[in-house]
Design a protein. Structure first.
Length: 399
């Protein structure tokens, strides 16, 4: 059975086609910079274990155009993997915000779509493109079952102590103001892999997802018990363009005393802060190059990013009342050995002792980079949100 997975971001579309149940990826791809002048598509196919890469640059105005172009590529006589759209039995969609309505993967109906739409205000950068991806897929693949896998679902196991804010009760009961948490598919995937690796289903683990968006989760016995993001995907860690934790009085100071509009402040916190705000660069590779060139701003951005992660390790070790492993994942977590070193620096008190040599030994698979005397395992585990979405979609539709 063929399952297509779609991950629509604010300016990108990631996709992967799986043959199930053997979880074989037939192709994977990324449409980048949607809506900008030079969009690009990177499309990779895997045939008998051999990878072929195909790259095109062209203008793609919106997500509808992106998905239509991907459909053409999937059926392309040269680089395609399908003969006909009807070969796809199900499409698994990443949906970022599922509110309290969705604690599990769900078959998409008109009612489900209405609820996803109702959550636009809580995740304005993510839910609208996710929703659009669903409506376009319904049109292009009318025979396929459409399934939603929510970033928030894994965190629905958090206790009230972790998800409630100390605000008037009606804010929660009437308006749904609480912490939801995000990147749940990734935290779930890597924590499962870590438990298997440790051969301990009761392990206490901190998962550290460092992509464009960044978040950390305290996982106890396979369940999320606390996480660094809250109502929306803005709080917690320093990210590419998002500030993470700030004192809320800053917002009112900017609006009431400094003449910014609420929209401007929202824009600053989402799109102009984080690494970009501190250093002028949002991509970690660029920040590192700037450090090499001697930029003190880039150095501060790098160190602040690591410092915030250390702070959350301390907090989550206290939440878990013990710690078996920390897991680094996503673009920065998997690839940036210097960042792992900065995060683990002087953390012996917590039983975290990095082996600097192992840390630099590149290898794509799950690996252990701690000293043998370290009480806490330090693991690097490549995340695969698309595979997790594919697996959950398959599980749901075969029932
Ligand atoms: N070798 C590397 N060293 C440092 N950072 C890297 C490296 N490779 C990728 N990254 C960083 O990873 C981030 C993107 O992570 P990714 O998980 O792909 O994000 P997303 O899925 O949220 O778009 C970028 O900041 C990028 O610079
Ligand atoms: C929820 C979130 O921050 O997602 P991303 O990292 O894909 O922006
Ligand atoms: Mg991501």
């Amino acid at each position: 059975m063929k399952i297509l997975v779609l991950n629509s971001g604010s300016s990108s579309l990631k996709y992967q086609l799986f043959e199930m149940p053997n979880e074989q990826a037939l192709c994977t791809g990324l449409v980048d910079r949607i809506g900008l002048e030079h969009s690009s598509i990177t499309h990779k196919t895997f045939f008998k274990g051999k990878e072929s890469k195909h790259q095109v640059e062209l203008a793609i105005p919106d997500h509808e155009g992106a998905l239509l172009r991907v459909t053409e590529l999937l059926k392309d006589p040269k680089v395609g993997v399908l003969k006909d759209n009807t070969e796809i039995e199900a499409i698994g969609h990443r949906v970022v915000h599922g509110g309290e309505q969705f604690a599990a993967t769900t078959l998409i109906t008109e009612e489900v779509k209405a609820k996803i739409k109702g959550l636009f205000a809580l995740a304005p950068l993510h839910n609208p493109p996710n929703y659009l991806g669903i409506t376009v897929a319904e049109r292009v693949f009318p025979q396929a079952k459409q399934v939603a896998v929510f970033d928030t679902a894994f965190h629905q196991s958090m206790p009230a102590l972790a998800y409630r804010y100390a605000l008037p009760k009606s804010m929660y009961t009437d308006l749904g103001i609480r912490a939801y948490g995000f990147h749940g598919t990734s935290h779930q995937y890597v924590s499962k892999k870590a438990s298997e690796y440790l051969n301990n289903s009761k392990a206490k683990i901190i998962t550290i997802h460092l992509g464009n968006g960044c978040s950390m989760t305290a996982v106890d016995s396979g369940k999320s018990v606390d996480t660094s993001m809250g109502l929306g995907p803005m709080g917690g860690l320093v990210m590419g363009t998002r500030a993470g934790d700030i004192d809320p009085s800053i917002i009112f100071h900017l609006i009431n005393e400094r003449g910014f509009s609420a929209q401007e402040v929202n824009d600053i916190l989402n799109k102009k802060s984080g690494l970009l705000g501190l250093s002028g660069l949002s991509d970690m590779r660029d920040v590192k190059n700037a450090i090499t060139e001697g930029s003190p701003d880039a150095k501060l951005a790098y160190e602040l990013y690591a410092y915030r992660i250390q702070k959350y390790i301390g907090a989550f070790a206290a939440v878990l009342k013990g710690l078996d492993a920390i897991v680094f994942t996503a673009g920065v977590g998997e690839n940036d050995a210097d960042m792992r070193e900065a995060v683990c620096k002087n953390m012996d008190f917590f039983g975290i002792m990095l082996d600097t040599k192992l840390n630099r030994a590149g290898n794509k698979n799950i690996r252990e980079v701690n000293k043998s005397s370290s009480a806490v395992k330090i693991l690097v585990i490549p995340t695969n949100e698309e595979l997790e979405i594919g697996q959950q979609t398959f599980e749901l539709i075969r029932k």
